[in-house]
Design a protein around this ligand. Structure first.
Ligand code: ZN
Ligand code: ZN
Length: 143
């Protein structure tokens, strides 16, 4: 994801657009909310307002550069619209997001669609639960 992709998406290269793209391209920062992005930019000394972050994300979404994921009500995270297909695991306690790909699940979904006469174009699968870190915290609290 670089300047080239901004241009191809018909977007001029501006500092906020460039910085937000760079942030989302970091492997450790694949699923970020507008708030996360705003804070990360602040931490790295960028003076980009929250309203600008929202506007840039909406532009990216419209240009198909990012995917908006609504894992929870009133809470969206954004990830770059690239790389291989994957599904998500979401922690209900700390909102951590993990990714997975399961060939058997993928094949089954194709079959379900086919059997119903559909040609599958996309799907979303989200597993909600409690992540291992939060599970550990919980069991400690019980002691
Ligand atoms: Zn958690
Ligand atoms: Zn993802």
């Amino acid at each position: 994801m670089d300047n080239q992709q901004l241009r191809e998406a018909g977007l001029k290269i501006t500092v906020p657009r460039k910085k937000i793209l760079e942030l989302l391209a970091q492997p450790s920062a694949r699923h970020l909310s507008a708030d996360d992005i705003y804070k990360a930019l602040l931490d790295s000394g960028e003076d980009i307002g929250l309203a600008t972050v929202y506007r840039v994300l909406a532009q990216f979404e419209a240009a198909n550069l990012v995917k908006r994921q609504n894992f929870e009500e009133d809470y969206s995270v954004f990830e770059l619209n690239q790389g291989p297909h994957h599904d998500h695991l979401v922690c209900m306690e700390c909102s951590k997001v993990d990714e997975f790909m399961d060939k058997i699940i993928e094949t089954r979904q194709q079959k379900v669609a086919e059997n119903a006469g559909y040609k599958m174009t996309d799907h979303r699968l989200i597993i909600y639960g409690i992540c291992s870190k939060c599970n550990k915290k919980r069991s400690k609290q019980k002691l």
